[in-house]
Design a protein around this ligand. Sequence first.
Ligand code: FMN
Length: 330
Amino acid sequence: MQNLNTTFIGIPISSPIVVGSCGLSSTVEGIEKLAKAGAGAIVLKSVFEEEILMEYEKNVLPNVGPMGNDLEFFDYYDYQIKTEVLNKYVQLIKEAREKVSVPLIASINCRSTSEWMAYAVKLEEAGISGLELNLFRLPFHTSQTSEQLEDEYITIINKIREKVRVPLAVKISPNFTNLVNFARRLSATGIQALVMFNRYFNIDFDIKNEQVISGGAYSNAAEYMLPLRWTSILSNRLECEVVASTGIHTGEAAIKMLLAGARSVQVVSAIYKNGPTHIRAMLHDIDSWMKEKGYESIDDFRGNLSQTMADNPEIFERVQFMKYFSDHKA
Ligand SMILES: Cc1cc2nc3c(=O)[nH]c(=O)nc-3n(C[C@H](O)[C@H](O)[C@H](O)COP(=O)(O)O)c2cc1C
């Protein structure tokens, strides 16, 4: 076996395949299976402030009765539900840490700045190796500018960094007007890794019943090309690690991301579709390719096709199907 060591959020890991945040890591048994299959690190399912708010609305509000106007009553239950959810998460981290040696990363998604900080502090106390901020809100406020929205992200990160010492990863969507500028701003906050990109719950339409339905949770194997371009463009331009995510279903796609300069890759859909042992199969394919190419370690080839290292850096900036490209036989 070649040397597959790399880092995630600055922590040494023995394989470049990190399991992205998802339900597969929501039990100790699930975490053990992923670790046994060769995951370099595991990001736990996000704890969502919104989920806590939804539980509050579903279970507490209908039962308030005569206490309905008592603000302390509301606060008490809000606090109770939050404490319960966070305690369960902390318990999972503690139990899993006893069983596996791979780094476990907690993930959070909040609405308000104060909650982001409260959750981060609580999870740091549980002994996690790092924290991933699942930073996204669908931007639909007509009066908010892109810059204001980006400033909000930076404020949240800065405030969390003031409170916690564990390494931070930030996972973002691709939907920013000037991604290079924003990624540099994110990196300058001192985060250890930028994960590109998250993939969100999609909606679809059922035209027979004229209803809105789920668009399916999983990515397909062609979706890696968007993070591939941006990993190549950004990997040598940021102070933090670039971690590629979305559409990485095979060892081949993982190799491409490493060639683009990713320090590690996050995989989710392919593990849902094929089971945890798929991690081992991907690692096997990376190892075989490295042997064939004569690479002993990931650092021997990482970034060879990043934009700054490539022979034709301008190709990364071509986006239109001009005649030359549409006629061009690959
Ligand atoms: C079933 C499922 C649950 C997920 N849950 C979360 C989550 O709780 N937090 C998060 O940041 N991302 C979550 N994701 C997104 C993944 O972490 C990942 O960013 C995305 O699926 C793209 O990777 P993939 O193409 O390998 O699936 C989830 C994805 C799936 C499919």
